[in-house]
Design a protein around this ligand. Structure first.
Ligand code: ADP
Length: 303
């Protein structure tokens, strides 16, 4: 049993020949609307990969909320722990994807996910206590992340923190993290060390260790991931695929990592599984909808 605590937003995605400069209007080519949000993407990825996930997020009372609930119901995910705001709308993300480079620019308006109260987090104590892992990110209000991580830590539940979208985090929070999963940019912003070599990654990992983080995993895009447990370190290469939309690659990876760890795989095996899951997801447009099911992941890894 695992808990994923994080954001839901509706992704409003447009593909464009090039990303517009300030003041520029570009004629895009394809529009898609669908479920997203880092927390939700990671929860769905882990669920589809076979984990017993309880997804906690916060929605408004509006049509966008139905997109979350319909998705969860279609996937047979438990909606019983979803939180609601009566006053703030469901979040949304405005995503532009350059169809040549597959680079993206995103504005996220978090809405209800930015209003998770202390009382709401405290109401999750029983759920967290029964979980083997808590996976969370930095997309909901920071106070909610700090509070749920503290509950998990006090209950002896392992916390995986995906540091996206990146923002300063307290030493107190870092000291309660079993596994941190920044990408290269996030690792640099948090540690002040540019992760452009394995030696630099070692230094960044040492910085996290000095803050009390137990294990460090830095995702390196198409190069794969760097892992450092303090005792053992190395790089697990990514799978070579033709990427069409890398939006949500990190989410796919984190969901896969959680599912594999919850099954008892070690961190190295789990990272390979997560690389495979992410490689499948970047071959499809969209975030939540691009997460593969377990059979696809197993077949891809066996091929
Ligand atoms: P983020 O999406 O947070 O920026 P990364 O770009 O580091 O994160 O990607 C996360 C993971 O997704 C990588 O570690 C890798 O497993 C996978 N991935 C990303 N881009 C590609 C790609 N072009 N080909 C294969 N795998 C990829």
């Amino acid at each position: 049993k695992v808990t994923v605590f994080g954001s839901f937003v509706v992704d409003l995605m447009g593909r464009t020949p090039h990303l517009p400069a300030a003041g520029e209007t570009v004629k895009g080519t394809v529009f898609k609307m669908g479920p997203g949000g880092k927390g939700f993407n990671q929860g769905v990825a882990a669920h589809k990969a076979g984990a017993d996930v309880t997804m906690v997020t916060k929605l408004g009372r509006d049509a966008f909320a139905d997109i979350a609930l319909n998705t969860m119901n279609e996937l047979h995910m438990d909606t019983g722990r979803v939180l609601y705001s009566e006053t703030t709308e469901t979040g949304c993300a405005l995503i532009m994807v350059d169809e040549n480079s597959s680079q993206n620019e995103i504005v996220v308006i978090l809405g209800a996910c930015n209003t998770i109260t202390d009382q709401e987090v405290d109401s999750l104590e029983d759920l967290v206590a029964r979980s083997e892992y808590l996976l969370t990110q930095l997309e909901t209000n920071v106070s909610s992340v700090e509070r749920i991580v503290d509950i998990a830590y006090r209950k002896g539940v392992k916390v995986i923190l995906n540091t996206a979208p990146v923002q300063p985090v307290s030493d107190d929070l870092l000291g309660k993290i079993d596994l941190i999963t920044p990408n290269e940019v996030e690792a640099e912003i948090l540690t002040g060390i540019k992760v452009d070599s394995e030696e630099a990654a070692d230094k960044a990992a040492d910085w996290f260790f000095s803050k009390g983080v137990k294990n460090v995993l830095i995702t390196l895009g198409q190069r794969g991931v760097y892992i450092n447990t303090g005792e053992k370190k190395g790089i697990i290469p990514a799978y070579k695929v033709e990427a069409v939309d890398t939006t949500g690659a990190g989410d796919a990876f984190n969901g896969g990592l959680l599912a594999a760890l919850a099954e008892g795989k070690n961190l190295w095996e789990a990272a390979d599984f997560a690389n495979a899951l992410a490689a499948l997801s970047v071959q499809k447009i969209g975030t939540t909808p691009s997460m593969p099911v377990r059979e696809e992941i197993d077949a891809f890894m066996a091929a």
